[in-house]
Design a protein around this ligand. Structure first.
Ligand SMILES: C[S@@+](CC[C@H](N)C(=O)[O-])C[C@H]1O[C@@H](n2cnc3c(N)ncnc32)[C@H](O)[C@@H]1O
Length: 220
């Protein structure tokens, strides 16, 4: 998976994305926004917002910023914002979620819906999500993870070499993801039909600082 391949795949998906991936994955988006329990005035960042299928689900008194690497996917999100008069969507920008332009601690909640198995470097994505999230903020994911069902799991392993063409990794493991990122999940909940996907909620348990630390001098 590299960023150019992802852009190309989602340029192709953009026109029919809602038809194929809309309704079937919408319960997961709805459950995720409900779980976020947003309070009035909070600032939420949705990374990989895509065509904006979740945008109308947020309370109108919460300020939403959406970013995506695909200009074509984002154009559909912009059209929904205008069509549905979603004035609480304060920003929709083309941006790499692995190298965000936002200041540290800019958002109360940071969410990624069906994105962690798509990006080139999921660990870097999580580091960036933590950086831009306030120290006591919440980080939430919803995604399909590698199935525990032996039949489906084997099928996903067989599909794995096609990740670049599919635009996601079918064999993406939740256990490995949590271990690699050090995320301390406070809630793991199955969502969508046949519990095909999982919602993972975590506190922003890693502190970031952009200050340069003074070197320590040790007297000899
Ligand atoms: C499977 S779609 C999910 C879209 C949307 N979140 C949803 O619920 O349908 C994955 C999205 O992640 C975006 N994406 C992939 N890598 C990205 C990156 N590094 N930075 C920002 N967006 C990225 C893709 O362009 C695509 O729109």
């Amino acid at each position: 998976m590299d960023i150019r391949a992802i852009e190309q795949v989602y340029r192709r998906y953009a026109r029919f994305y809602d038809f194929v991936f809309g309704a079937v994955f919408q319960p997961g988006r709805k459950a995720t926004v409900e779980r976020m329990n947003c309070r009035p005035g909070e600032r939420v960042l949705e990374v990989g917002v895509g065509t904006g299928l979740s945008l109308h689900l947020y309370p109108k008194n919460v300020l939403i910023t959406g970013i995506d690497i695909s200009r074509d996917m984002l154009a559909q999100a912009q059209a929904k914002k205008v069509r549905d008069q979603l004035d609480n969507i304060v920003q929709l920008s083309v941006m790499d979620a692995e190298n965000m332009e936002f200041e540290d601690s800019s958002f109360d909640k940071v969410v990624a819906m069906y994105v962690v198995s798509v990006v080139p470097d999921p660990e870097r994505l999580v580091d960036e999500m933590r950086r831009v999230c306030k120290p006591h903020g919440r980080i939430i994911f919803v995604n399909h993870f590698h199935s525990q069902n032996p039949l489906l799991g084997t099928f996903e392993n067989l599909l794995a070499p096609l990740s670049k063409q599919l635009g996601f990794r079918p064999d993406f493991s939740l256990d490995r993801f949590l271990a690699a990122t050090g995320l301390k999940a406070t809630n793991i909940h199955p969502v969508n039909i046949f519990h095909f996907c999982t919602m993972v909620e975590a506190g922003n348990n890693k502190q970031f600082t952009s200050e340069i630390m003074a070197p320590v001098c040790v007297a000899s």
